[in-house]
Design a protein around this ligand. Sequence first.
Ligand SMILES: C[S@@+](CC[C@H](N)C(=O)[O-])C[C@H]1O[C@@H](n2cnc3c(N)ncnc32)[C@H](O)[C@@H]1O
Length: 232
Amino acid sequence: MERICEPELMEGLAQAQAYGAADFSGPDQALVERLAELVGPAGVGQPLRIVDLGCGPGNISFRLVAHFPQAQVLGLDGSAAMVDLAAQGLERHPHGRLRLTFRQALLPLDPGLAEQLAGGVGAGFGVVVSNSLLHHLHQPQVLWRTVRQLASPGALVLMRDLRRPPNPEAVRQLVQRHASGAPELLQRDYGHSLAAAFTLAEVQDQLREAALPQLEVRELDDRYLEIAGWLG
Ligand SMILES: C[S@@+](CC[C@H](N)C(=O)[O-])C[C@H]1O[C@@H](n2cnc3c(N)ncnc32)[C@H](O)[C@@H]1O
């Protein structure tokens, strides 16, 4: 089926709150553990600089500071409602404040801001993480350009997102299988997200166009794509 874009930012307060209240603990923790596997046991305790693109209410950013005890984590999102929710979470977990920062920033990043966030020319984040951002972007190259702007040389990139099912009936079945217990608003958003997602072949094309051959895409279970690799 053809891709149907959804609005990029999750700006509505009700939408952000419903998303923030939802339980994504399984996939969120799986992403963090996959990152730990990729950096290896010696890397987990290193002072990594991690950026979480499209961090939403910070659900993954909070898990990253908990799992990587020396890491500095920056969560970026273009939605003020999402960044406010993330900041409220920080108030409930003040210990995270020293190593976790949230900032409202719309992708594509202004080059001056990107350089400032990266910490200057040639600096950057050693780990770039993103979960469920790509399918929101109307122009997917925005994500790959942002990776180039923020990643340090040799950085590890790990992203997960939904993949688009072949037809509306498959969308309906996935919503039924994975979100039937969720509030109606979330079920609706989930169906829209599946329809807005990319296929494996489309992401491979994006990476070719972005000249990022180091990143590999693979399908995970019945609904996800994972994109991972170390930049040269
Ligand atoms: C589905 S949520 C994912 C949140 C979180 N990463 C997670 O995995 O639960 C996607 C987030 O991307 C943000 N987003 C979408 N387009 C964006 C853009 N162009 N710039 C910055 N943030 C964007 C939305 O506001 C939203 O908070």
